[in-house]
Design a protein around this ligand. Structure first.
Ligand code: ADP
Ligand code: MG
Length: 282
């Protein structure tokens, strides 16, 4: 007998089906996500792009259990989590299979904890000893190109770029199967942005699945295997990153492309667009 076929081909680490999220009550009730379906396979990087207000953070919050869906299904690492209560979410988070990085590292790092304590915390929650945690924290520091002398500092004593790299290290120490990154590079200057994007590419090479959310197609294009485009709470296009960038089917995607790399700046010229496309070939 060959046994359980799913053992040979593990399912997606995240599967979202027909997700709806509403905010507000009664007359103020409005739908932030309508019928969104998306999956992330083990080791895959899926980019989600869309302008401000399109529902990107709502999608991240729903997948992390920070907002409750009004309909639809969310399966994380084989578990249907859409109806999870606080206690079940806490138990799932403790396992460390699902981690997150937000735009503002001060949301992922406790301002009152040293970098060492912040990085060790998820390991201690998952049951590691202090010694194991200390060793693991040091091993992951080098992966995000931080040095040990930063371990005694508070987040406020680091530069913005160092802080975000510490937040990425914190998300990695438990060796999660999936990391959800909501605008991880949007608050950084270009040198630090490149730095974090390089680290994300290495993660992808190491087989960590990433859901990489950004308003900036340029940031996502060089990292993602697939790209999904959110527009007013709906997925209007999804496909291989190469196809979405080179042959966008939806007019909104074409608009995003024409205004990349930064949606809120003036549209870029042909040369820059070519440079963006070249990213996909590297
Ligand atoms: P994005 O991350 O793409 O900018 P969001 O997911 O933050 O978009 O927001 C999607 C929509 O939901 C927007 O119209 C926003 O105003 C609304 N929204 C987001 N958070 C809340 C909230 N806590 N309460 C009410 N409305 C919200
Ligand atoms: Mg957002």
């Amino acid at each position: 007998m060959s046994g359980d076929p799913t053992a040979e081909s593990p399912g997606p680490v995240l599967t979202i089906k027909d997700l709806q999220v509403h905010y507000g009550l009664r007359r103020r009730r409005h739908r932030a996500l309508r019928g969104v379906s998306l999956s992330v396979a083990p080791g895959e990087t899926v980019g989600v792009i869309g302008e401000t207000g399109s529902g990107k953070s709502t999608l991240a919050r729903a997948a992390l259990g920070l907002v409750r869906p009004s309909a639809g299904s969310i399966v994380v690492d084989g578990e249907e989590v859409s109806s999870f209560g606080t206690r079940q979410w806490r138990a799932l988070r403790r396992k460390g299979v699902l981690q997150y990085v937000f735009q503002d590292p001060l949301r992922s790092l406790d301002p009152d904890l040293t970098i060492e304590a912040s990085l060790a915390e998820p390991l201690l929650l998952a049951g590691a000893t202090r010694e194991e945690a200390a060793a693991r924290v040091r091993a992951f520091l080098t992966r995000v190109r931080l040095t040990e002398d930063l371990l005694d500092r508070l987040p406020s004593e680091l530069s913005g770029g160092q802080r975000q790299r510490a937040a990425v290290a914190r998300a990695l120490v438990t060796e999660p199967r999936l990391v959800i990154l909501d605008e991880p590079v949007s608050a950084l200057d270009s040198a630090n942005r490149v730095h974090i994007l390089d680290i994300l590419k290495e993660l992808r090479a190491d087989g960590v699945a990433l859901l990489f959310i950004s308003h900036d197609l340029g940031s996502v294009a060089g990292v993602a295997d697939r790209i999904a485009v959110l527009y007013r709470g709906e997925l209007v296009e999804a496909g291989a990153a190469r196809d979405v960038v080179n042959a966008p089917r939806h007019a909104y995607t074409r608009l995003l492309l024409s205004s990349a790399p930064t949606l809120h700046s003036a549209p870029v010229g042909r040369a820059e667009r070519e440079a963006l496309r070249a990213l996909l070939r590297t």
